[in-house]
Design a protein around this ligand. Structure first.
Ligand code: COA
Ligand code: MG
Length: 312
């Protein structure tokens, strides 16, 4: 038995693309998409009557499709309050657990949902001889109970990799008067989700994991998607879902620093490094005081720019 130890790697997740398990055609496309992550869905994009067929299709897809090594591969089970959850978890992980990086759990309300999933994963890993602890968990926060418990959910297991905001279910549960998933109601002067995003991102950061925004369903509205994505990036989130291939480039672009901001971050790091080498605690860069806090801010942008290949 091999056991994973140490902090989990933070995987690239600027774009987390939803691929309905109901469609063989969509599944076949998954490895070719430019999203950092793809997740094969058994939940709300699959009709109740199709759950068993979709589960078999996803197992087959995971076993046969060749995903690029750098892509994060995930699948979404149905919630713990449905008759599908245990089969979704056990059948797919037993058959194809070596092909996935994480399981996505929708409608998480309590740390118990995560603990149960983590323990079942350990059981399957032990029984199958997989590396214990390798498979991560992504948790969707989609209602008031989930949000109230979000800090405990984020730390419920070492397997936790992301908190994900689910805008459709959340709007329904809270009573936000819209019918468009990812849409904005009239009547509030600021962004109606500011509190929620900030709460989720703080819970994620305190747990050392990632915070991801859910979908923007109006897939033909590129500008609306761009605006929403810029907003969540500005609040500190790490990535956003996409539901149509045409959304992927926009979200990747927004979550990648521009070349100029990357160059500025690298230059700031160099100036700060030079100053601290000569014994100073703060430096002047571009007419502004920069100190250790700037180094941390610049490191994040510099790292993202390097990951985007700007340094190559
Ligand atoms: N994943 C992979 N491929 C997809 C895709 C997806 N989510 N959505 C569309 N495609 C493919 C189509 O098969 C088509 O491929 P082709 O050019 O080889 O024929 C191409 O992308 C263009 O698709 P298009 O015809 O514009 O879309 P559509 O009318 O077939 O489907 C949706 C539109 C919204 C129904 C579809 O994108 C979808 O089901 N998205 C996911 C919904 C989802 O996951 N919901 C749950 C999470 S919120
Ligand atoms: Mg949902």
């Amino acid at each position: 038995m091999s056991v994973l130890s140490g902090p989990r790697p933070l995987r690239p997740r600027r774009t987390c693309h939803s691929v309905p398990g109901s469609s063989e055609k969509f599944l076949a496309k998954a490895p070719t998409l430019a999203a950092d992550q793809v997740f094969l869905d058994l939940e709300d994009s699959v009709a109740r009557s199709e759950k068993d067929a979709a589960r078999a299709r996803i197992i087959e897809a995971l076993k046969t499709l060749e995903f690029p090594a750098e892509k994060t591969v995930v699948y979404r089970v149905n919630g713990t309050d449905t008759p599908f959850y245990y089969r979704d978890l056990i059948d797919v992980v037993e058959e194809a657990g070596d092909k996935i990086h994480a399981v996505m759990l929708p409608k998480v309300q309590t740390p118990g949902d995560i603990e149960m999933t983590a323990k079942l994963l350990t059981q399957i890993e032990l029984a199958k001889g997989y590396q214990v602890g390798r498979i991560g968990i992504e948790a969707q926060i989609e209602d008031a109970t989930g949000l109230v418990n979000v800090e405990a959910i984020a730390t419920a297991s070492d397997r936790m990799e992301t908190l994900i905001f689910g805008p459709g279910d959340y709007s329904a549960a809270i009573g936000i008067p819209i019918t468009q998933i990812g849409g904005t109601p009239e009547g509030y002067p600021g962004d109606h989700l500011n509190y929620l995003y900030s709460r989720i991102v703080v819970a994620a950061r305190a747990a050392g994991i990632q915070a991801i925004d859910g979908p923007y369903a109006a897939f033909k509205d590129e500008e609306g998607l761009r605006t929403r994505t810029q907003l969540v990036r500005a609040l500190g989130l790490d990535g956003k879902w996409t539901i149509h291939p045409a959304q992927i480039d926009v979200v990747n672009e927004v979550f990648t620093p521009t070349k100029e901001s990357w160059e500025k971050a690298e230059a700031m790091l160099a100036a700060y490094h030079e100053a601290t080498e000569s014994g100073a605690g703060a430096a002047i860069f571009d007419g502004e005081m920069v100190d250790e806090a700037n180094r941390k801010m610049a490191e994040r942008i510099a790292g993202q720019g390097r990951a985007a290949g700007y340094a190559d």
